[in-house]
Write a protein that binds this ligand. Structure first.
Ligand SMILES: Nc1ncnc2c1ncn2[C@@H]1O[C@H](COP(=O)(O)OP(=O)(O)OP(=O)(O)O)[C@@H](O)[C@H]1O
Ligand SMILES: [Mg+2]
Length: 193
């Protein structure tokens, strides 16, 4: 029952996101980046993991570039399809260290790059499709991030980024869902109570 609800919320929201204009994607993404940069938890982090944005997801490339130019360690997720696991790899260059996966998402060149231990990551930017004001999230539905975040250190900060319309009243959750520390949209910063 709950799963069906998650699935329909996910499907409806993806449909809305698919129809965004390129201009809104880029202007909202820049506003979200400004808000991330307001957080002391961002200023203080030495290492940051971010997803490589795809389709109309909130753009992370500007943030990744800023971090690389400002002495932060940048980490990108490599997804293992057979086990639905994420392995974090350190990237130094957005052009030469990434390659297109079979799904068309840019992923780290896992054969040559260095793995990072999740316990050493200060801050993780988490993708998602639907969120609520209690910092719950619905992702793409395979449990990649739920599995990954369940192994993080307690003091690792997690930030979900989304367009404001992706925040709904209540996201249905199950025992594996990991709430985030913050959700940031172009309009507001929501913190975990
Ligand atoms: N730590 C875990 N161990 C075992 N199964 C898990 C774990 N985390 C999630 N799952 C399973 O993965 C499936 C997908 O979960 P869910 O619908 O919450 O995905 P999601 O949060 O949208 O996806 P993602 O985390 O990839 O963004 C569910 O069947 C869930 O039980
Ligand atoms: Mg989940």
């Amino acid at each position: 029952m709950e799963d069906t609800l998650k699935n329909s919320l996910r499907k409806n929201m993806l449909n809305i996101r698919k129809n965004m204009t390129e201009q809104n994607v880029s202007s909202f993404s820049l506003k979200i980046m400004d808000k991330i940069m307001e957080l002391p938890q961002f200023t203080n982090c030495k290492s940051i993991m971010l997803y490589m944005s795809f389709n109309n997801e909130v753009d992370t490339y500007n943030l990744a570039t800023w971090c690389l130019n400002n002495n932060k360690t940048v980490i990108a997720p490599y997804c293992i399809k057979s086990s639905h696991k994420i392995v974090p790899f350190i990237i130094n260059n957005l052009t030469t260290d990434l390659t297109k996966s079979t799904f068309g998402i840019m992923e780290p060149k896992h054969n040559t790059l260095m793995k990072e231990n999740i316990e050493n990551i200060d801050l993780i930017i988490v993708p998602g499709v639907v969120f609520d004001e209690d910092c719950n999230r619905i992702g793409f539905g395979a449990g990649y991030y739920d599995r990954f975040l369940s192994t993080k250190a307690k003091n690792t900060i997690t930030i979900g980024i989304a367009y404001d319309y992706q925040i709904i009243d209540k996201v249905p959750t199950d025992k594996y869902d990991v709430p985030l520390n913050f959700i940031i949209t172009e309009k507001r910063i929501i913190s975990l109570k």
